[in-house]
Design a protein around this ligand. Structure first.
Ligand code: SF4
Length: 310
C-alpha cells in the first residue's frame, strides 16, 4: 500500500499501489468486492475457471518458449500442456480445488479443448513472439498502471502486436466495447513503456474460438487515460471516505464475499476484523526459458517476465 491519509480526523483506507485492467473492471463491477480483494486482501477460495486459465496460459507460454517455430503443432502443444500440469498441479491454487479423479479428468480435458481451439485462430509457427508474460508499468499523474501482456509479437512490417488469451466466454456484442477497455489499457502501457503504439491488439477467445482485433489510435489511448484517471479519482475518494458500496449484479453468484456483503444480509468487515491474514500463496513456479529474438526493435524490448503470483 502506498499511502495512508487522514480526512476530517478519520484514518482513510490505504490506496492500492497500482491499477491493472482487472482492478479497473473490478472497481467498476462492485466497489465493495474491489475493496475486499484489492485493499483488505481478504482470502478468496481458488476457482476452477481461473486455475484453468492459468494452466492454459502456461501451456501456450511454454509452446512459444520451449518449442521452436516450425514445430509448434497441436501435438506439441498438448505435450506442453501436460508439462504445465506437472509444474502446477501441487501449487496451492490447484491443490486447493480438491478435484477428485473425475473432476480432474474433466478439468484437464477442457483445458486441452481450449489449447486445441487456439490453433483455429492462428498458426503459432508464423508468429514472431518477442515477449511472453511481459509485465509493463507506466505512471499517469499520481497513479501507477501496470499489466501483464500475454504475448508481444513483431508483425510482418515490424509493427508491434499485443495478444491476450481469454479462456472465459467471449462477451456479447453489447459488452464487447467494455471488454476492449483492457485492450486500450495494454496499448497505453506499450506506448509508454516501449515508446511505440502497437498496431493491433488481439483478444483470442479460446472457448468459442473467436478473435477480436482492435486497432489502437491516439484517441482511443487518450480515452483510456481519461477513464483510468476517473476510476483512480473514484478509488481515492472511496478510500478517503471508507465508502465502498456493494453493487449487486449477476456477478454476485461468483463472489467470494457474499458472507460479508450487506446486499446479502452480511456485515461489513475489515482486514483486521476478518481475522488473521491468510498465509501468502507461493508464487507459481517460473518457466526457465523465454524466447530471445536478435531482431528486437529499437528501443530494445524488456525481457519477458512471468504472470505474477496469484
Ligand atoms: S456479493 Fe455482489 S454486491 Fe456483494 S460484494 Fe460481492 S459482487 Fe458486490
Amino acid at each position: 500500500m502506498s499511502q495512508v491519509g487522514s480526512t476530517l480526523g478519520r484514518v482513510s483506507l490505504p490506496l492500492p499501489r497500482s491499477l491493472s485492467p482487472s482492478k479497473v473492471a473490478s472497481f467498476k463491477d462492485c466497489a465493495l468486492a474491489f475493496r475486499y480483494s484489492v485493499i483488505d486482501h481478504l482470502p478468496e477460495p481458488p476457482s476452477a475457471p481461473a486455475s484453468k486459465g492459468t494452466l492454459v496460459h502456461r501451456a501456450l507460454e511454454r509452446l512459444f518458449s520451449q518449442v521452436p517455430a516450425g514445430h509448434r503443432t497441436p501435438a506439441a502443444a498438448m505435450d506442453q500442456l501436460d508439462l504445465a500440469w506437472s509444474d502446477l498441479r501441487f501449487h496451492p491454487e490447484f491443490a486447493g480445488l480438491a478435484l477428485d479423479q473425475e473432476a480432474e479428468t474433466e478439468f484437464r480435458s477442457d483445458a486441452a479443448r481450449l489449447v486445441a481451439n487456439y490453433f483455429e485462430l492462428e498458426d503459432p509457427n508464423q508468429v514472431r513472439a518477442v515477449g511472453i508474460e511481459l509485465m509493463l508499468e507506466a505512471k499517469l499523474g499520481a497513479m501507477r498502471l501496470r499489466g501483464v501482456i500475454d504475448r508481444l509479437d513483431l508483425g510482418p512490417d515490424g509493427e508491434l502486436v499485443i495478444t491476450d488469451y481469454k479462456t472465459g466466454r467471449a462477451p456479447g456484442i453489447p459488452f464487447e466495447n467494455s471488454r476492449l477497455g483492457g485492450v486500450h489499457f495494454y496499448a497505453f502501457l506499450c506506448q509508454q513503456a516501449l515508446g511505440r503504439r502497437p498496431a493491433r491488439v488481439q483478444l483470442l477467445h479460446l472457448g468459442e474460438p473467436l478473435a477480436i482485433v482492435s486497432v489502437p489510435t491516439p484517441q482511443s489511448i487518450r480515452g483510456l487515460q481519461g477513464r483510468a484517471s476517473a476510476v483512480w479519482t473514484a478509488v481515492e475518494r472511496a478510500c478517503a471516505s471508507e465508502d465502498f458500496r456493494p453493487r449487486p449484479s449477476r456477478l454476485c453468484d461468483w463472489c467470494a464475499f457474499q458472507a460479508h456483503c450487506p446486499a446479502f444480509g452480511g456485515e461489513l468487515v475489515t482486514a483486521a476484523s476478518a481475522g488473521p491474514a491468510p498465509l501468502t500463496t507461493p508464487a507459481l513456479p517460473t518457466n526457465p526459458e523465454l524466447p530471445t529474438n536478435p531482431a528486437l526493435p529499437t528501443p530494445a524490448l524488456p525481457t519477458g517476465t512471468h504472470r505474477p503470483a496469484l
